[in-house]
Design a protein around this ligand. Structure first.
Ligand SMILES: [Zn+2]
Length: 148
């Protein structure tokens, strides 16, 4: 899914569950479950060449910027003190994609990263149909906006 979906989910879980030993495994599980749902994101089409690397990187920068803005808007604005859990939750929520980025963008997939990337890939279901692939993410983001 989009970084926006994963990042907000991570921030949401981390702010609801203060114990990181519970929250971190849940956040990582949420990433794989969300990727299992048929979705569209900026990496869709990268592996079969229908999207250029440069375009994916530019779209990802937009996606990341939106993620940070959304986390600040939902979890930081109106609160006193830095909401650390929202930020580390966002980071953990994006971790499987950070781990995969060197492979996707630089074809760098050494033996110590490959098992993580293969695991990630095994869950991944994407569609080039943007509308169909964004619909479940609107639901996820909408639920977080309502219940955060
Ligand atoms: Zn992913």
């Amino acid at each position: 899914m989009l970084s926006l979906s994963h990042g907000l989910t991570g921030a949401f879980i981390a702010t609801k569950i203060p114990n990181p030993f519970v929250a971190i495994p849940l956040i990582l599980a949420s990433h794989y479950i969300e990727d299992w749902i048929l979705h569209w994101d900026v990496g869709t089409g990268l592996s079969n060449g229908s999207r250029k690397k440069r375009d994916a990187i530019l779209l990802e920068l937009v996606d990341m910027a939106l993620t940070i803005i959304a986390v600040i808007a939902l979890f930081q604005v109106g609160k006193t003190g830095i909401q650390w859990s929202a930020y580390w939750g966002m980071f953990v929520g994006l971790l499987p994609d950070f781990v995969e980025a060197p492979r996707n963008f630089f074809k760098y997939n050494p033996w110590w990263l490959k098992p993580f990337n293969d695991f990630h890939g095994a869950f991944h279901h994407s569609t080039p149909n943007m509308l169909l692939g964004l619909a479940p993410q609107f639901v996820v983001i909408g639920l977080i906006v309502v219940f955060h």
